[in-house]
Write a protein that binds this ligand. Structure first.
Ligand code: GTP
Length: 590
């Protein structure tokens, strides 16, 4: 034990975030038998302190040095740091001495926001236990409940951690009672900590060792590795995050993807510490990264099983694929950037396989894509990453949700509004309400309204409940009687008037005056529900040419023709691209 402890003793070295350690020698992963390994995740409601706790665990195990700069080391993406939320799950291997033994603890970080529960379930499949972090002041919130059930369904050991006990208003006793009541976990199993100050964090690591079982795996069997995440590196191609269920994988091995049946040679394999540290080998029960010359987006499917060439195995159960809930059009601002944007979207979707991509085109915006996202925040984060990481300038259209339509000219289906399903009292001050909502009603501004109405106290989570019949209508926009294809919307009958009025007003503000009057109408079938008018205006470009200089006149007329190329003609009305962009663009993207 002494020899291997020395082999993996970390040495400090400066890195981008705070001070991250490196090993003097390559860690010998064979020194970590299955019974000395624990694979776990931290799950929590947003802002309950998951990333702060992860930082403390990394410090305690010497994975990173104790400096004031260690703020959310695992939140690597720029958007994560800016928005203070975790988007992409990250993994780190921690080495920890306890009662004379050296343990390998694999921490798999998970995002906390409602939009990203897909990433949570993905990360959980590589774990045997979770730390369920609950804020000592706020208590159980919507995503605490949602995440607990994800872990519970995966039959993982749950260790409740009550965080922020240093806060003035902290009431850990009350939160302990909530945990007992809602999750049926004995109150004395709760560990009370302050992740910020480091209070009692050591007992969290001890609980991980004592309460979470080692993985159930077999090293003597042929290799069976699960790809639970993947990232794309410009220089090295696909970096797959893998969890080994059986066997061993070594640098130089020939491996096969059970999904694509393609064969690869392993170029590099190792642990995440939290940066990649190659170890040449990984053994069953361990978690790390693998690089094998997978270059194409489709080659590293999340949920895929890797096995040795000539040793096929039963593939591990894949993942329930993520279901997009919100759709939006994405177009390059300049069509000449189409290919650049296409490759950026390709690379980003490799990092985030929950986004669905379909080619689309619009008369106003040109060629582009229709992308499906898990929620609104997910959409915004994706857009921000396109801009920040790939320098792309894009137009994002107003998000919509999918509908199933039964076409009928005579009878419309009866509308259904939000229906209350149940109500559970968590304690005297807190109640959990379950409603059935039309997705369209919650997708854009519901969360913000809920937060402001409840002064920030209410929290919200949702899951897909399938399609329901509703009284929806197709609303068209007409310009002097001509249909504007790109502005067709599906709205609830009761909201049609206000939505139609809003579109007409926005169009009026962005349409330039022309030689004749323009009537902007919102219509349902043949019924006009809103109308705005743009007054006529004669723009004589030749007015400035008093002297009748013919070459100057020609120049001005030519310039006017060039200007017209950026216009789209609807009937005899010239609509500048900008006008569509102003109407189609989302609020958040303004
Ligand atoms: N007072 C106090 N504040 C804490 C403690 N732990 C975390 N915080 C603060 O709570 C805020 C949220 O902490 P994070 O660690 O970013 O929360 P998170 O759960 O990782 O958030 P997401 O990644 O968005 O899910 C930060 O401002 C932290 O500094 C604690 O023990 N005490």
């Amino acid at each position: 034990a002494g020899a291997h402890a020395a082999a993996v003793e970390p040495q400090a070295a400066s890195r981008a975030y705070g001070v991250v350690t490196e090993f003097k020698e390559k860690p010998d992963m064979s020194k970590f038998p299955v019974e000395d390994i624990r694979n776990f995740s931290i799950i929590a409601h947003v802002d309950h302190g998951k990333s702060t706790l992860a930082d403390r665990l990394l410090e305690l195990t010497g994975t990173i040095d104790k400096t004031k700069n260690n703020k959310q080391v695992l939140d690597k993406l720029q958007v994560e740091r800016e928005r203070g939320i975790t988007v992409k799950a990250q993994t780190a291997s921690l080495f920890y001495n306890f009662e004379g033994k050296r343990y390998l603890l694999n921490l798999i970080d998970t995002p906390g926001h409602v939009d990203f529960s897909y990433e949570v379930s993905r990360s959980l499949s590589a774990c045997q236990g979770v730390l369920l972090v609950v804020d000592a002041n706020e208590g159980i919130q919507a995503q605490t409940v949602a995440n607990f059930f994800l872990a519970f369904e995966a039959q993982l050991s749950v260790i409740p951690v009550i965080n922020k006990i240093d806060l003035k208003n902290a009431d850990p006793k009350r939160v302990e009672k909530q945990i007992e009541k809602v999750f049926d976990i004995p109150g004395d199993e709760c560990i009370k900590i302050s992740a910020k100050l480091g209070t009692n964090v050591e007992s969290v690591l001890q609980a991980v060792i004592e309460r979470i079982p080692p993985p159930k795996v077999y090293r003597k069997n042929p290799l069976r590795a699960l790809v639970f995440d993947s990232t794309f590196d410009q220089y090295r191609g696909v970096i797959a995050n893998i969890a080994l269920f059986d066997g061993v994988v070594s640098k130089g091995d020939k491996i096969v993807s059970a999904h694509t049946k393609k064969t690869y040679e392993v170029n590099e394999v190792g642990i995440l510490n939290p940066n990649e540290q190659s170890t040449h080998k990984l053994y069953a029960g361990q978690v790390g990264f693998l690089i094998a010359g997978m270059k194409d987006v489709t080659e590293a499917q999340i949920g895929d099983t890797l096995h040795l060439h000539n040793h096929p195995v039963e593939p591990l159960p894949g993942f329930k694929s993520a279901k997009p809930m919100v759709f939006a059009g994405v177009y390059p601002v300049d069509q000449s950037e189409y290919n650049t944007l296409k490759s950026a979207i390709g690379k980003l979707t490799l990092n985030d396989s929950s986004v669905t991509v379909h080619r689309d085109s619009s008369l106003a915006l040109g060629a582009g894509w229709r992308l499906g996202f898990l929620g609104l925040l997910h959409m915004e984060v994706f857009n921000q990453r396109l801009e920040q990481e790939y320098n792309a300038s894009v137009i994002l259209t107003t998000p919509t949700v999918p509908y199933k339509a039964v076409l009928s000219s005579a009878k419309l289906i009866k509308a259904r509004r939000a229906v209350q399903k149940n109500m559970i009292f968590i304690d005297q001050n807190r109640v959990m309400l379950k409603y059935l909502f039309p997705l369209n009603e919650i997708v854009v501004d519901f969360y913000d309204s809920l937060k402001s109405l409840s002064s920030g106290y209410a929290s919200f989570d949702y899951e897909d409940a399938g399609y329901q019949a509703a009284e929806l209508v197709k609303m068209d926009i007409l310009l002097n009687g001509n249909f504007v294809e790109e502005l067709v919307t599906i709205v609830h009958k009761e909201k049609a008037y206000s939505v139609g009025k809003n579109i007409c007003e926005r169009l009026k503000d962005s349409l330039p005056r022309q030689l004749f009057e323009i009537a902007i109408q919102a219509v349902i079938g043949s019924k006009v529900i809103a109308r705005e008018t743009v007054k006529a205006y004669r723009k004589n470009v030749l007015a400035k040419c008093y002297g009748g200089d013919i070459t100057r006149k020609m120049k001005l007329l030519k310039r006017q023709t060039e200007g017209k190329k950026k216009l789209r003609k609807i009937g005899n009305i010239e609509v500048p691209k900008d006008a569509f962009i102003k109407v189609l663009k989302t609020q958040s993207n303004k």
